[in-house]
Structure formats: C-alpha cells, structure tokens
Design a protein around this ligand. Structure first.
Ligand SMILES: [Zn+2]
Length: 424
C-alpha cells in the first residue's frame, strides 16, 4: 500500500495534549469571532478543538480511501465559489446556547465567518452547505395530471420540475447542551457515548475541556420551496414535514409503510403553499428504521408477518420491541434545531401524526397551527397495519382510532416461504 505514512500517532486523549494553538469555543456567543470556529479537521492535531471529525458516517470511508492510497491526508479544501446560494441568518436563535445544540449555527460559509482564522492558516471546514436544485418526481407529475397542482413557471416549471433550495447539515454536538436537553448529567452522557460506541472517542472521558463532538452519524437534508428567507417570517404561511428516513419506502416504493406517500404528499403541499405566496420545508433526517437501522427493521418485518394470526395492527409495536429491545430508538428532542437555524417561529401546517415530533417542536418555542394527516387513499394496503397501530397508540388522528378488538382485523400480507434449496 502506498498510503502516506504519518510519523507517529498523537493520542489527544492524554491530558498533556492541550495545545495553546487550539482556539476556545464559546457556544452561543454573539458573533462568529466571539464564538470561535469548530476545528475538527485532521491536518493539524495541535489546532483541533473538537472530538471526532467531519463527514459524519463517511469518516470511515475516507480512512479506507486514505489507506488505499487514493486520498492525501494533507489535503485542505479550496472553498472558493462554494458559498451558499442564499444567505440564511444570522437569527436570534443562533446566539442562544440552548436553541441549537446539535448543529453549528456558523457551520455554513466558514470562509466568510472565520476569515481571520483562515488567514492564520486554521483548517476550518463547513458543516452546512446551501445549494439549488430542480426536483423531477413521478407523484408530482401525477398531481399535475390530476389537476391538484398547476405549473406556474416559477415554483413549478412547465414540464413539472419543482425549483427548490436544499441545505445539507452535518451533526455538531455541543455536549453540555445535549445533556441539558435530555435532562442528563454531562459526564454520564459522555461515559455512555464512549461505552456504546465501543470506546471510539476516548476524549469523551479523558478530555472534559473539549465540549464539541462531531458524531459519526448521518446528516440532515432540508428542501425549501419558495424563498428561504420567508421561513423566519411568522406572517408568511409555512407548510412543513419533518421526515425520518425509510430507504425501503422512500426510494424503492416498498408498500409496508406510508413513508414515501407521506413524503410525496408533503412535497406536493409544500410546493402548493409556495405557489400561493407561502413557503414550504421538508426536513429529511437519517434515522433509518426508527433509528434502529435496516437490518433490525427487516427482522421485525419477518417476525410480524410470521407470528400466529399474521401481521396485525394489534401486535405491531410489540413485535418491534421483542426484536430491538425498544419500540422506537428515535428521540425527537434534537430535531427542532434544524428549524431554529432558519429562524422559524411558527408552522402553519405540519404534515405529521407523531406526538413526539409535535411536542419537541412546540417545546423548542415554535408555534404549530394545523396538523395534517395523510389522506386515506394514499395509504398502501399492506401499510394499514402500521397506520392503525399508530393511531391506536395515540398518534394524531382527527378521525379517531380503532378499538383493540377491531385492530386484530387489520392484517397485512404473509411471507411467501421459500423451499429449502434442492427441494424444488
Ligand atoms: Zn417506512
């Protein structure tokens, strides 16, 4: 292998590795100068002031690429022309240390915010990027054909493309703030994060002076319909969906859940809102399978479909808990940080049935007016099990939920068992 050999490994977990070149971070300070940049790049160990590094879960792929000799460890990005296509903020929420604890409010356009530190050679990397795109979606074409949407040449182009602004955000966790949000002691949080990642970041327990962690988890993407600046204006109608990733449905159209139909309906309504002078926002969080992952999710599908009596709304949550140990590993407490970044104060229409999401958003100080559930005709047959189980468990349902004996009658498709090999 011809990877670049570094002279030696610097263990930043040693307490004598506190360098004077590492700039302090004052989370919630009024200006980027006072706050200080998050330096999590690896080109100069002496200047780092955070635990972990950039690119979330892709960190490990970068390591493989470096090991394979394709990637120079000394590379510093040329950020010229990478600046945001729309300048967002700063908003009041950016300088409130409690409003945003899982993203860096100054994470976009770092070459502008921290120009002075760049000049001194600090290798500061963006954790937020803002760009533009056109969306071409079959369900939107269908909505146009059925007359639910009309091209206006502005938001929806003549051939059905939707013009949007999109924002990618990598997680940057301010550990004291995360602990406070979850009602935990910071030391306890650091210890559990260390233990449950197999000891991935020793600094969590040995360097209490480092308060910021870039965790190796997925990022969040935000799609904005209309002018992003209108998001902060409570007098302009905002339609919003906060969606948790479901690869099987979102991308491949698997019919066991309502994720893609709900997402597409949210996009349609977000576009419609922008067309009537409002603004739409879809946030997409990488929390696959209720943050339990796809392997667990597929095991649960099998366990649900093979149980006695078949896949039933009555036992929907129970089967997940049997396999995973918990019904749902998502917690929504950090989710509203994204909304705070845009300065959102009111959401006029939210496409979500989840009370956890509703409570987290309102607790963060954002007012919600209307809650919108998915129209029945958009729910695939096999997904009725999930839908009825959720309603019975207390998810938002204006039309009410089925009683427990009725839930048993809501059943899904069975597994088609394959014969053992050689026994055709
Ligand atoms: Zn799904």
């Amino acid at each position: 292998m011809n990877y670049e050999k570094t002279a030696h490994v610097i263990l930043t977990s040693h307490s004598n590795q506190v360098f004077k070149d590492a700039l302090p971070i004052h989370w919630g300070a009024k200006t980027p100068d006072l706050r200080g940049p998050v330096v999590a790049s690896l080109t100069d160990e002496r200047r780092r002031n955070a635990i972990g590094t950039h690119s979330g879960s892709y960190t490990v792929y970068r390591a493989l690429s470096i090991a394979a000799g394709h990637f120079k460890t000394s590379h510093k990005p040329d950020l010229h022309n990478t600046e945001s296509t729309t300048i967002i903020g700063p908003h009041e929420s950016w300088t409130d240390p409690d409003k945003m604890v899982s993203i860096d409010p100054w994470g976009a356009d770092v070459n502008v915010h921290f120009k002075k530190d760049f000049a001194k050679g600090y290798d500061i990397r963006p954790t937020i990027a803002v760009t533009q795109a056109h969306l071409q979606i079959p369900e939107i074409q269908e909505a146009i054909k059925l007359g639910r949407l009309k091209p206006d040449g502005k938001i929806i182009l003549e051939r059905g493309d939707i013009k949007i602004t999109k924002v990618a955000m990598e997680p940057v966790w301010y550990l004291p703030g995360i602990a406070k949000r979850l009602g935990l002691d910071e030391g306890e949080l650091r210890k559990i994060l260390f233990q449950q990642t197999g000891g991935m970041f020793p600094e969590l327990v040995t360097r209490p002076d480092l308060k910021v962690l870039l965790p190796p988890i997925g990022s969040t993407t935000i799609y904005i319909f209309g002018d992003p600046k209108d998001l902060a204006n409570p007098n302009i109608e905002l339609t919003c969906r906060v969606h948790d990733e479901c690869n099987g449905s979102d991308v491949f159209g698997s019919d066991i859940c309502t994720c893609r139909p709900y997402l597409m309906y949210g996009i349609e309504d977000a576009a419609r809102t922008a067309q009537r002078g409002g603004v739409g926002l879809i946030a997409y969080y990488r929390k696959e399978g209720r943050a339990l992952g796809e392997v667990t999710k597929f095991l649960v599908y099998n366990a649900r479909k093979r149980q006695e009596g078949g896949d039933s709304a009555a036992t929907y949550f129970h089967r997940t808990e049997c396999v995973a140990g918990v019904e749902d590993a998502r917690f929504q407490e950090l989710m509203p940080d994204i909304l705070q970044w845009f300065g959102i104060k009111e959401i006029h229409n939210i496409h979500s049935m989840s009370n956890m999401k509703f409570d987290a958003i309102t607790k963060s100080g954002i007012k919600i007016h209307n809650r919108i559930s998915i129209p029945d005709e958009l729910i695939p047959d096999d997904a009725k099990v999930e839908m009825e189980a959720k309603k019975a468990a207390g998810y938002f349902a204006p039309e009410g939920a089925k009683k427990s004996d009725e839930l048993k009658a809501v059943v899904g498709r069975k597994i088609e068992e394959s014969k053992a090999e050689g026994k055709k």
